[in-house]
Design a protein around this ligand. Structure first.
Ligand code: F6P
Length: 325
């Protein structure tokens, strides 16, 4: 069946650049003769029928804005078969023939299941600050979040060095350490403690025993959030007990990392991926995510995108260590 109307939604944690993607999808679709409908609050709005028609002006003046004008949610209803059936019926009632879903791995898993169950053409865009989606070198929002982390660490370093303290700075990432690792490289931090290395070594003991303060009296350690170990707070507790000679402090950057105006890099990535999503649907592609690999936009089957089989290059941890000596 020929596609006439495309629905667009953002889902899961918001990420800077989602608005740039919404703009690109909407305008490329309209340029190519499609009707566009905006679905509010992610899959939740698809289930409840919160759907509005989008014109070119609907996406004016948003490329520079963080967050998402479509709002977002983590929908419980969509996880049920009944919810997905309702979503499908609402889609049909609105005349929507295909979807563009912008979100992280959870949102793309939802897209894959919905596409399979109801035979709906869906194209996904990786939108998450975590950068934890397979088949793409970068996700929309990751670069902005990294820059936010760097700004924060630059400021913390002033007080860390004045007081000669050890700072644990907790960053987001869900279960991935990309923000911590690359945030550490970019801010010149002394170490990054990431979940990908957790089972291998005791990263805290390793850090202390390797004399990370040989040439300095202060240190900044970027810690990826981690429910199992308690993240930065968990490490600070251990310091108190096991290495009381250190005066440690904790800063949790939290949701600050999700906000702010997207960087030029994120705007460009979102714009190109958004345009490519419409090209993909026009070509008859379905159940694929748009990824970027070595600078080239590529189609990544949903199954691959959500597989979590991509290995992080742990050699980069050595770079953090060597460059901060
Ligand atoms: O996936 C994005 C993310 O910000 C993660 O880094 C974090 O673990 C999670 O979302 C926080 O979710 P919420 O906003 O629901 O607290």
């Amino acid at each position: 069946m020929a596609i006439k109307c495309i629905g667009i939604l953002t889902s899961g944690g918001d990420a800077p650049g989602m608005n740039a993607a919404i703009r690109a999808v909407t305008r490329t679709a309209i340029y190519n003769g499609y009707k566009v409908k905006g679905i509010m609050r992610g899959y939740h709005g698809l289930v409840t029928g919160e759907i509005v028609e989008f014109k070119s002006q609907s996406v004016s003046n948003i490329i520079q804005k963080g967050g998402t004008i479509l709002k977002t949610a983590r929908s419980k209803e969509f996880r049920t078969e009944e919810g997905r059936r309702q979503a499908y019926e609402n889609m049909k009632a609105e005349g929507i023939d295909a979807l563009v879903v912008i979100g992280g791995d959870g949102s793309l898993s939802g897209a894959q299941q919905f596409a399979e169950e109801f035979d709906v053409p869906i194209v996904g865009l990786p939108g998450t600050i975590d950068n934890d989606v397979d088949g793409t070198d970068e996700t929309i929002g990751y670069d902005t979040a990294l820059n936010t982390i760097v700004d924060a660490v630059d400021k913390l370093r002033d007080t860390a060095s004045s007081h000669e303290r050890l700072f644990f700075v907790e960053v987001m990432g869900n279960t991935a350490g990309y923000l911590a690792l690359n945030g550490a490289i970019a801010s010149g931090a002394e170490a990054a403690i990431i979940p990908e290395r957790e089972t291998e070594v005791d990263q805290l003991a390793d850090l202390i025993h390797n004399g990370f303060r040989k040439s300095k009296n202060s240190a900044i350690v970027l810690v990826a959030e981690n429910k199992a170990t308690g993240g930065a707070l968990g490490l600070a507790e251990r310091i108190k007990k096991e290495f009381p000679e250190f005066d440690a402090r904790v800063t949790i950057l939290g949701h600050l990392q999700r906000g702010g105006s997207p960087t030029a890099k994120d705007r460009i990535l979102a714009s190109k991926m958004g345009a490519m999503a419409i090209e993909a649907l026009s070509e008859g592609q379905r159940n694929v995510m748009i990824g970027i690999k070595n600078g080239e936009l590529v189609y990544v089957p949903f199954k691959k995108a959500i597989a979590h089989s991509q290995q992080m290059d742990l050699k980069d941890l050595d770079i953090v260590k060597i460059l901060s000596m």
